[in-house]
Design a binder for this molecule. Structure first.
Ligand code: GUN
Length: 280
């Protein structure tokens, strides 16, 4: 009798708020909120994400400007484009889809984005503000969406033990910071953690962001836990999360499906970051 968290529905509510704000912005500023989307290389998953992000912009009255490069793009070309976008008054948010082609320094490219146009919250200044608990920066979209999904259950985060499996810069580390801000007791686990399942079994909130199909199994989950599955693992059999959904769903109190859980929230929060950036 576990409860499935409907990410599409929660995302639809967020996007409606974004749309209303974007319409109001257009009325008061005489132009639409604008998001620039930069994609380089031929990663098939990135192509899907970018397409979905652009579609979502249309639905929310946000103008999107797309820039696609093949995998031969140079770092200098990307830096030149970002510099122009930083100066473009019609662009409120800039998103560089990751991963970038081999040989390009992602950190250098992301750092070139003006922090106030950093729709993804990946710039070191915004990551640092999150670390310091300063509310003026943009926060990475997936982590921000995860917190909304947890809150949508009506359960209080305060005082709970949250275990994050995965320590990436775009999910694991920032979601741990947000959970801490919400007064959870946070444990970050990763591929070198010993006794992983002993730790995950103590989690009231379990965030799986490891990138391994069905990595979290039933025996690793505490009865009644809120389980958030960030995994997007594609293979010949389809799209799978990091959680063995069928095995875990009966023991969890709440669980996000893949697809239809975290994914739609990432996009909704990207649009929220963009419209918030425009209004600021
Ligand atoms: N690649 C995987 N997830 C993301 C994301 O949230 N933003 C960007 N820009 N690239 C990604």
């Amino acid at each position: 009798m576990s409860k499935i968290i409907d990410g599409k529905q929660v995302a639809a509510n967020v996007k409606e708020t974004v749309r209303l704000r974007a319409v109001e912005f257009e009325k008061s500023h005489g132009r639409k909120v604008g998001l620039a989307v930069v994609k380089a290389g031929d990663d098939p998953a990135s192509a899907i994400y970018v397409r979905n992000k652009i579609k979502a912009c249309e639905a929310c009255n946000i103008a999107s400007f797309s820039y696609y490069f093949d995998s031969g793009v140079t770092e200098a070309q990307l830096l030149e484009l970002i510099s122009a976008l930083n100066d473009d008054k019609n662009v409120d948010g800039i998103l560089v889809q990751l991963p970038l082609p081999k040989g390009i320094d992602e950190r250098r490219v992301l750092s070139a984005i003006a922090p106030e146009k950093d729709a993804d919250g990946f710039h070191a200044l915004n990551a640092g503000k999150l670390f310091l608990g300063e509310a003026t920066g943009s926060v990475a979209c997936t982590p921000r969406g995860i917190i909304e999904l947890i809150k949508s259950t009506g359960e209080d985060i305060c005082g709970k033990h949250a275990v994050v499996v995965g320590r990436s810069n775009i999910v694991g580390k920032p979601v741990a910071m947000l959970l801490l801000q919400n007064n959870a007791t946070v444990t970050i686990c990763h591929s070198k953690t010993t006794g992983l399942s002993d730790i995950t079994r103590t989690a009231d909130i379990l965030v799986a962001a490891v990138g391994k199909k069905k990595f979290i199994t039933r025996d690793m989950v505490k009865k009644g836990a809120i389980v958030i599955d960030v995994g997007m693992n594609r293979d010949d059999e389809g799209l799978f999360g990091d959680v063995d959904f069928e095995g875990v769903k009966d023991v969890a109190g709440y669980i996000t499906p893949v697809p239809g859980g975290v994914g739609p929230m990432t996009i909704a929060m990207l649009l929220m970051n963009t419209v918030d950036g425009a209004r600021a």
